[in-house]
Design a protein around this ligand. Sequence first.
Ligand SMILES: *Cc1c(COP(=O)(O)O)cnc(C)c1O
Length: 393
Amino acid sequence: MSIAHSHLMRAYARQPVSFVRGSGALLWDEQGVEYLDAIAGVAVTGLGHAHPEITAVIAEQAGMLLHTSNVFRIDWQERLGDRLCALTGMQRAFFCNSGAEANEAALKLARLHGQRKGIARPTVLVMDNGFHGRTIGTLSASGNPAKQAGFEPLLDGFVRVPYDDIEAVRQVAEQCPDIVAVLLEPVQGEGGIRVASIAYLRELRALCDRHGWLLMLDEIQAGMGRTGAWFGHQHAGITADVMTLAKALGNGLPIGACVARGAAADLFSPGLHGSTFGGNPLACRVACSVLDIMQRDDLPLRAAVLGERLLGRLQQALGDHPEVIAIRGRGLMVGIELSRPCKELVGRALTERRLLITVTRDSTIRLLPALICSEAQIDDIAQRITQLLKPAN
Ligand SMILES: *Cc1c(COP(=O)(O)O)cnc(C)c1O
């Protein structure tokens, strides 16, 4: 069916290819053409496509029980909560179905936290170029004016500062007594693969402690091993008060989580928040299996090793390229910033190199390969990118 006659809303600029099958880091289209996947469904299929153990768990649970509702206890939800808390030093989890929903839960916690302290207009500190989702609340928290345009009035209750700039936070702290929480990504994904410094995250933790703010880390893209630690903020040796997850938690099965500790963990009481689908037995059991496999195969460490390799290969091949401004990242979250807008590279990578990439912020190639890639596949990704940018190679 032609695009003009499609009955889908035109919310996406889609590439004219449709995949029918996948295995690990490989995908095949309707004609049987093989592609190498360097984005893993935008940081979702961390274990690769059609992981046989995940497939088996989905099939088994689908044959037992999909959904009962949160009117009842859900054993797999309790187990997943235990597992996530053990990995993070957190105390309680709330489950939902997406990243935006996880952040909505976090924003509601921030407001409750403020209201309980007697702050009538609780304000959340957010970052330039941050991305937290597309609901009205999370869009308001995000720092991308182009994505916000046309959806005014946005929610108020946010103040924005430059990312990775602790002085800016200190200044706002003095001017704005209504701040109750800080929401940020440890590595900005949509914002162009910007890595917050370790020192910044530690100082932010200290400022939150001093002012009684909740430190809320959006680990939706950077979490689940991608940066070479279980969660991106753990490189700084800090603990969050609230952490949000989604994307790779279900390896493609939709699930989100908002995990909290301390006072934040006890803010929700019955009636204050909820979700019909959130935390159903299927999604939670699959997420438990994702964690099992990641733990058994030491995949966060694997992401660190493969990420070093990918960055090294790219720097070697493209470090002197006249259009390359920076090659940066942490673990398997890698960006190549060019001196020109380069959205067209997504389509060219597909057709010319059979490679899946994304471009974010107009001029940054973003690579988010699966954590289960082989060394040879990582080298292959670097080589195809090099061929794309240096056609002579
Ligand atoms: C993808 C993403 C979201 C939004 O997740 P959805 O599941 O699309 O709602 C929020 N925050 C970050 C950092 C993300 O990368």
